[in-house]
Design a protein around this ligand. Structure first.
Ligand SMILES: [Zn+2]
Length: 372
């Protein structure tokens, strides 16, 4: 069989013109992360350099599609954020440092780095939408600060701009893409993304998060409103959930929902703070679990011949994050990585999970019979 195979049925999606035998994945890097200086804070400039160092030192670096981002422009940010809020972050850049909420600091350099982090997601959208043989099937944006807690009008929970939301609207404004799905596996609920798209049927938002935990939103009854009713899906995971529960949530809820929604672009808010060694949660997902989640997202996107953009959100254990993020890339690109995760001990079943899963299916199943 030839390495290049022409694929039919592209329709209006500018994607998948050629299909390689091996998936091509890669990273969008973020230079100068110390520009957003948060000091002794869990979300700091020391989180991600170790990830890039590990990738560069591994033989897998050669197979990765490596990109550098552009900045997101103000006119792109304001598709998801209020102009006045965007200006307030820019002012903090000039006059800061200031605390924009109790957890979120901005100072000189923050606007520059945050707009570059959002720009990384836009760069990734452009790349996976290319019609070229060397188009990557997926890209993982190794970016900070995270974005999914930021609603339209304020900073929140370490987040300044909502990268995945701005990327979804950029894709819709730039390409013949109408429906975008965002899957969020960060251990915290992606309240900002939910809030921005709550009445928006053109973006399906589906979040897996520990319940109860910060920020306190994301109960299963929050399913969207108005034209967006049914297009917001929450899977509140009990504390102690590990690979078994997360993969079951993807298989029983998220994938049937994606199948039914039929998105033309898939974006993942990838927060690795549900890892067993993360200091901010009680979840027990292992590196192998992250790999398996990434594999499922990649298999869905490649089955639909749509692009996959993965954006880094949380993940606060700097010792384990390199292995976990490497495992995610292995899942996206179907290559083996070291999965000797010292925290991968066989976790006991999470208490109350079967009942919770049944409740979630009932709540989402009211709008999507495929999930019942
Ligand atoms: Zn988080």
């Amino acid at each position: 069989m030839s390495a290049i195979e022409q694929v039919e049925g592209i329709g209006s999606v500018p994607h998948g013109y050629y299909r390689r035998e091996q998936a091509l994945t890669g990273v969008v890097l973020l230079p100068g992360q110390e520009r957003h200086d948060t000091g002794e804070h869990p979300e700091n400039a020391r989180r991600l350099p170790g990830v890039v160092q590990r990738l560069r030192a591994s033989a897998d670096w050669e197979r990765l599609f490596v990109m550098h981002p552009r900045h997101a422009r103000v006119e792109e940010l304001v598709r998801s954020h209020d102009t006045r809020y965007v200006e307030s972050v820019r002012r903090a850049d000039r006059d800061g440092p200031v605390w924009l909420d109790t957890d979120t600091k901005a100072g000189p350099g923050s606007f520059d780095l945050a707009t570059l982090a959002t720009g990384a997601a836009l760069t990734a959208v452009d790349a996976v939408a290319m019609e070229a043989y060397w188009r990557p099937d997926s890209l993982f944006c190794l970016t900070r600060p995270p974005g999914h807690h930021a609603p339209a009008d304020r900073a929140m929970g370490f987040c300044l701009f909502n990268h995945v939301s701005v990327a979804a609207r950029y894709a819709q404004a730039t390409y013949p893409i109408e429906r975008v799905a965002i899957v969020d596996w960060d251990v915290h609920h992606g309240n900002g993304t939910q809030e921005i798209h709550y009445d928006d049927p053109s973006v399906l938002f589906c979040s897996l998060h520990q319940w109860p935990l910060y920020p306190g939103t994301g109960w299963l009854e929050e399913t969207g409103e108005g034209a967006g009713a049914g297009f917001n899906a929450n899977v509140p995971m009990p504390p102690g959930s590990g690979d078994r529960e997360y993969l079951e949530a993807l298989d029983a809820v998220v994938l049937p929902l994606l199948d039914a929604y039929d998105p033309q672009l898939l974006i993942v808010s990838a927060g690795q703070d549900c890892h067993a060694a993360d200091p901010l949660s009680n979840q027990l997902v292992s590196a192998a679990g992250f790999r398996a989640m990434a594999e499922r997202m990649a298999a869905f996107a490649s089955g639909r011949k749509i692009g996959l953009v993965v954006v880094h959100e949380g993940g606060y254990n700097v010792s384990t994050l390199p292995q976990v993020d490497h495992a995610i890339l292995g899942g996206l690109g179907s290559f083996a990585t070291d999965l000797e995760d010292p925290f991968a001990a066989d976790a006991p079943p999470a208490e109350g999970w079967p009942e919770r899963l049944a409740e979630v299916r009932r709540a989402i199943g009211r709008h999507w019979p495929e999930v019942r």
